[in-house]
Design a protein around this ligand. Structure first.
Ligand code: PEP
Ligand code: MG
Length: 762
């Protein structure tokens, strides 16, 4: 039997029908209104590969070294050829089509979705199995089922199984075929408050198909309903500019503008809210845990499309509330603030940490840093990253808020104080200290912290999965691939800046030396790997990768550094696109890494050129991109705005074809104000909100808007509320923030956008 009907299966049938199929079957069985459908079982996929005899060749083809991207690409291609190019046995084809005919009258539009059976692998790792085809007819059905099967062997899926040590031949795939609901309205519903767990039902609703709400491309209406009494506590009507719907001619899903009179109309009627609340209670009762539900309304009927447990409700939310009301006023872990402050620096990464000091010198072995130690060093270097991950905290003598130590510790979620001046000389190995990464203090001894053991994801994981929907995208900056996961769980709309410097610096060699010792191919693969880690975490959210930009004084510390030019002022020297255009052979390897990634299907990767001054720089870079086999017309590429010249020449750069311009305010501020960003003597003059800097930014945004070029910020200032207010008011397209600031930035952006809307109607 090629298929099982949804009303025949439930949660116990995961192995046969996969996660999606089991969950839909379970809902159907519970009497909830699920659109009818069937599952082409995992066993059917097995029969297909076994009966046709392609199984052995298939598994042999995909057994490759996952670090070899060329081999990976070939493996995926071969697997796809085998599956798509092999005729499906007649009995299987007939079984699928007969089920389809039973579903409708032979004319139904169906949704075809892959349904993974490897439950113990996180979904994200199985992105290859996320294939979904909407509005499919009889004619294309079997082909689409095969495409779902083939999605088991995308490069990303193969890569992940290899990395996780899963055998390719034990992973199966089922395919759900379900009648399409031509939704007039749709959205999501939380059956309990997603962060407090309170008995409140939260509904988000928009016009048309649900993709718009789920992907966050439209701000939905929001309804808060008391689950017990069904009283509607709060209604927030959003301005719904766009909607998704089925093109009546082609059957494809298209986005279109919402009719003027419906934009600000309330989507759900009272009786529809009532019906949703009823279903919400029913589904939560059925599972016994709060659920996150996708729903749609068609011809007055409410359908449930999917239900998953809400995983974000914190276990302790109940007990915290209890202790707050116990009235004793006694807290056990009261912080004592009387320990002596030994020294101060800049609070570079928030949090409080205590532990024994480990003084790390340039030549020291890093394995002397143990779990829970406090690293104390003159300045961190890229090869310290593994030790920084183990450490409880980091203290440096040198460096500002944009130094290596500050950026990396923030991304790792490790508290840090930088720029103390003398910590590595004054503190002693083994001495126990407490650092406060907010206040920038180092105190003697262990100062009990208010917080219990913290999870490094605590500060970034959104407490409330109802992410504020903002028209301005909020992205995140990443410098080390190790931080990719932390960055992705913030719910950011993508990566606004991925610095490749750290991938290259972590080899501890200059690019030239690395290429000399290991060959160009290994250098290219080093870059491919680093970018791939981040692109995987975020797929399909965009990841903007910046080409190499390290000043010669940073390269000087590495092997091969002795060959670097000696510069009087490296900040004004041989860095960014200048160096790349001057050494096109080395640059070509970086561009080759992009070409390989695009070839591997990473269509979410974007390219950004640093420290450009004018259209001449842009045109030269663009030419090299083309020479490297990357088509600039097809890919999203752009520039950093880091020098006043680049801001003033942005119109010419727009004409040269850039898709986006991103403000690097760390550099734009230093070059506009003539204040070295690393020079403590003038740190008080480093002001990203200086009227001169803002004027350059404002005018650039205006020019870019006129030319259809997206604008963004990826300097540190993108995390500052004042800058956010300024940029959103000027019409910036996106803001990229530090990992730990993403959540606050999302809320600040939303606040400013709502103010703008209010102002426009008043
Ligand atoms: C900037 O200049 O603002 C920027 C983001 O680049 P970097 O800090 O790497 O120079
Ligand atoms: Mg810069």
């Amino acid at each position: 039997m090629a298929v099982l009907w949804l009303d025949e299966v439930g949660s116990d049938d995961l192995a046969a029908v996969g996660g999606k199929g089991a969950s839909l079957g379970e809902l159907t069985g519970a009497g909830l209104p699920v659109p009818p459908g069937f599952v082409v079982t995992a066993g059917t996929y097995r029969s297909f590969i076994e009966e046709t005899g392609i199984d052995e060749e298939l598994f042999a083809a995909v057994d490759v070294d996952s670090d070899d991207s060329k081999a990976l690409a070939e493996a995926s291609k071969r697997a796809e050829e085998l599956i798509l190019g092999t005729e499906i046995p007649e009995d299987i084809r007939e079984g699928i089509l007969a089920a389809y005919d039973d579903l409708g009258d032979g004319e139904a539009f169906v949704a075809v979705r892959s349904s993974a059976t490897a439950e113990d692998l996180p979904d994200a790792s199985f992105a290859g199995q996320q294939e979904t085809f909407l509005n499919i007819t009889r004619e294309d059905l079997v082909q689409r089922v095969k495409e779902c099967w083939a999605s088991l062997f995308t490069q990303r899926a193969i890569y992940y199984r290899e990395e996780q040590g899963f055998d390719h031949d034990i992973v199966d795939i089922a395919v759900v075929v379900q009648r399409m609901v031509d939704a007039e309205k749709s959205g999501v519903m939380f059956t309990s408050h997603p962060s407090t767990g309170n008995p409140e039902i939260i509904i988000e609703a928009a016009w048309g198909l649900g993709e718009a709400v789920v992907s966050g491309s439209v701000s939905p209406d929001n309804y808060v309903v008391d689950r017990e009494t069904a009283a509607i506590d709060e209604v927030t009507i959003a301005d719904k500019k766009t909607m998704m719907e089925k093109d009546p001619e082609t059957g494809e899903t298209i986005e279109r503008a919402v009719a003027e009179e419906k934009r600000n109309e309330q989507v759900l009627s009272g009786s529809e809210i009532e019906r949703l609340v009823e279903l919400g209670r029913q589904v939560e009762d059925h599972y016994g845990t709060p659920q996150d539900v996708e729903w749609a309304i068609f011809e007055g009927e409410v359908y449930m499309l999917q239900s998953r447990p809400i995983t974000t409700i914190s276990e302790s939310s109940g007990s915290q509330a209890a202790s707050a009301t116990d009235g004793s006023g006694v807290q056990e872990a009261q912080p004592k603030n009387d320990n002596e402050v030994l020294m101060k620096g800049l609070g570079a990464s928030p949090g409080i940490a205590s532990g024994p000091v480990r003084i790390v010198g340039k030549l020291d072995e890093l394995d002397k840093v143990g779990e829970g130690d406090i690293i104390v060093t003159e300045m961190t270097t890229p090869d310290m990253v593994p030790a920084m991950k183990r450490a409880a905290g980091i203290i440096t003598d040198e460096g500002g808020m944009t130094s290596h130590a500050a950026i990396v510790s923030r991304e790792l979620g490790v508290p840090a104080v930088v720029g103390t001046g003398s910590a590595s000389r004054e503190l002693e190995d083994g001495q126990v200290v407490t650092l406060d990464g907010d206040k920038g203090t180092i105190r003697e001894g262990e100062v009990a912290s208010q917080e219990e053991e913290t999870d490094p994801l605590d500060d970034v994981r959104p407490q409330n999965p109802v992410k504020p929907m903002t028209a301005t995208e909020v992205k995140v900056n990443v410098s080390i691939p190790e931080a990719a996961h932390r960055a992705a769980v913030t719910g950011a709309d993508g990566v606004g800046l991925l610095r490749v410097e750290h991938m290259i610096l972590s080899t501890n060699m200059t690019p030239e030396r690395y290429i000399r010792d290991h060959g160009a191919d290994e250098y290219i693969e080093e870059i491919v790997d680093g970018i791939q880690t981040v692109a995987d975490e975020f797929y399909p959210r965009p990841v903007r990768v910046r080409t190499l930009d390290a000043p010669t004084d940073e390269f000087r510390q590495l092997q091969g550094g002795e060959d670097e030019p000696k510069e009087h002022n490296p900040m004004l020297g041989y860095r960014g696109i200048r160096r790349s255009l001057d050494t096109p052979d080395v640059f070509a390897h970086e561009l080759e890494a992009f070409r390989r990634l695009f070839d591997m299907g990473y269509d979410n990767v974007e390219i950004m050129f640093p420290l450009v001054n004018d259209a001449e720089d842009v045109l030269q870079a663009r030419n090299l991109l083309e020479e490297a086999g990357v088509d600039p017309e097809k890919r999203s590429w752009g520039v950093m705005i880091e020098t006043p010249a680049s801001a003033l020449c942005v119109e010419e750069m727009a004409e040269a074809g850039i898709d986006f311009a991103s403000f690097g305010t760390n550099d734009l501020t230093q070059y506009t104000l003539a204040v070295d960003r690393n020079n403590g003597n003038v740190a008080d003059r480093f002001d990203e909100l200086h009227p001169g800097v803002l004027k350059l930014i404002g005018e650039t945004i205006e020019t870019c808007r006129e030319h259809g070029v997206n604008t963004s910020i990826c300097g540190q200032a993108g995390s500052k509320p004042k800058m956010i207010r300024y940029l959103v008011n000027e019409g910036v397209s996106s803001i990229s923030a530090n990992i730990d600031a993403v959540r606050d930035v999302q809320h600040e952006v939303k606040r400013v956008e709502q103010q703008l809307l209010l102002d426009s109607v008043r």
